[in-house]
Design a protein around this ligand. Structure first.
Ligand code: NAG
Length: 256
């Protein structure tokens, strides 16, 4: 507060009083302006802070929401599909093959050669017994594909004729679905053995068996040619059926 003292000696008391009044008013105005400025500054900084915080938190939480949607997306590149669904590709120009036996009742056998399904559920030409596809080695194209039921009827002789009719320079791809042994006769087994099979004599009821052979030329030693798995009640994957068996590999085109 001001300390102006109006004494009686003052010439004009009213002037003194006015001075006091103005002085106090001035003080009051200053205070008012001060208060106003302070609150204005407070309001404005509060506004700024609020605007900044809310903007960043909102954008941050939106980003989080978007992240939630994005998280399950795997960014690893999609692996390139190889011929006949191999894991690793064959050398360029080589033929790729994959022979898959049937598994239980539901999974049917498949023969793939050079990325074409020669025998499959999709083609509608797979059946119980022994499935055989014959391929012309020079062209890589299938010449015939059939299945021979070894459970019902007598098809062992037909199968022999089919194999014998394959010209020299053919590839023979064979695979079982369900039972391929019950009505398979010994002369047919002998014929398959002559093509290079070791397991044909071991075939039992519902054994899974896959085999590839060349007629009139020799396949490389280091490729998969034959596999077998036998039905065993204690170990079977599918009730009365063993696990499916598969062979796959690459065949160079310059063997003959
Ligand atoms: C044969 O099948 C059984 C089950 O059915 C499986 O455990 C075993 O690994 C298979 N063997 C081969 C050589 O695939």
């Amino acid at each position: 507060m001001h300390v102006t003292i109006c004494n009686d000696e003052e010439e004009d008391l009213s002037i003194c009083n006015l001075f006091i009044f103005l002085h106090s008013q001035e003080n009051y105005l200053l205070k008012l302006v001060g208060v106003l400025l302070t609150s204005l500054a407070g309001w404005y900084s509060g506004y700024l802070l609020c605007a900044f915080v809310s903007k960043t938190t909102i954008t941050a939480s939106i980003a989080n929401l978007q992240d939630i949607g994005k998280k399950p997306v795997l960014r690893a590149p999609v692996p390139k599909r190889q011929k006949c669904d191999h894991w690793s590709p064959c050398s360029p120009g080589d033929y790729a093959y994959r022979i898959l036996s049937g598994g239980g009742k539901g999974k049917l056998a498949k023969i793939c050669f050079d990325d074409e399904l020669l025998i499959s559920k999709e083609k509608g030409n797979v059946g119980r017994g022994i499935n055989i596809a014959i391929v012309d080695y020079k062209t890589g194209k299938v010449t015939s594909a059939e299945f021979f039921d070894m459970w019902e009827g007598d098809h062992s002789g037909e199968m022999m004729t089919f194999i014998k009719n394959a010209p020299e320079g053919s590839l023979l791809l064979m695979v079982t679905h369900d039972d391929g042994s019950t009505r398979l006769k010994n002369d047919a087994k002998k014929l398959v053995e002559e093509l290079g099979s070791k397991e044909i004599w071991n075939m039992k009821f519902r054994s899974s068996w896959a085999f590839i052979a060349a007629k009139g030329f020799k396949l490389p030693d280091n490729i998969q040619k034959e596999k077998i798995n036998h039905s065993d009640k204690k170990r079977n994957r599918y009730g009365g059926w063993p696990a499916e068996i598969q062979i796959e590999g690459c065949i160079p085109r310059s063997l003959i």
